[in-house]
Design a protein around this ligand. Sequence first.
Ligand code: CMP
Length: 225
Amino acid sequence: MTHVWTAIKKVPFFRGLRDTEIMHVIKIAHSRRYKKNEMIFRKEDLGNSFFIVKEGKVKIFTSLGGDKKKTFAFLNRGDFFGEMSLLGGRVRSASAQAAEDTELYAISKRNFAKLIIKNPDFTLKLLHTLADRLTKADNEIASMLFHNILGRLAEGILELAKTKHSTPGRVAIDQSELAQYLGTTRVPVCRAINVLKREGTIDYRRGELIILNLARLKSMAGTIR
Ligand code: CMP
């Protein structure tokens, strides 16, 4: 039990919760494992579970007709997803896929509703994350409306570099994934990367973006973070 408890305390989601609340979440959660690239659910599926990432990485994305995809987020250890359909929409607003071998805690719709009603720390955590996601979505809409591809790439690199699991100043991502994250195709992203490389703002080697000039990247993204 002590071993399980130590492992649970390492999952960031549980850090802000009281021990009694953690115990409760664990009691009602089921562990599920997914292999790299395995689908967890698809957009429009009926939502019946809430998930917390115990280990691994999950890609949240939507398909935009044909083979175009838009990646909304990569979720890591301690992040959660699957709450939106349970709170309102009924069906999944996006698809979720294991980006690495992944283990999740799954909580049923019924138990999720109980958690919200009975556990204020849990509910606050949920609301904070939803507010953060909305702010990020607003920024992305503004970026898509007002920025050219260079600005969007700069914004995207800064956003991806912010995740607590990436090495500071470095983002491991291949060009197709990056294009999906920016909601565009590979060719313009490849050109934009080359422009930033030539001017010494970033380097890109073996699937890893390296930030060389953070100030320049921020000014291109038009934000002070
Ligand atoms: P749900 O609609 O149940 O299923 C898809 C899930 O993806 C959704 O709940 C959210 O948990 C998650 N999701 C949707 N949009 C985003 C986003 N922009 N950033 C992070 N997660 C998201």
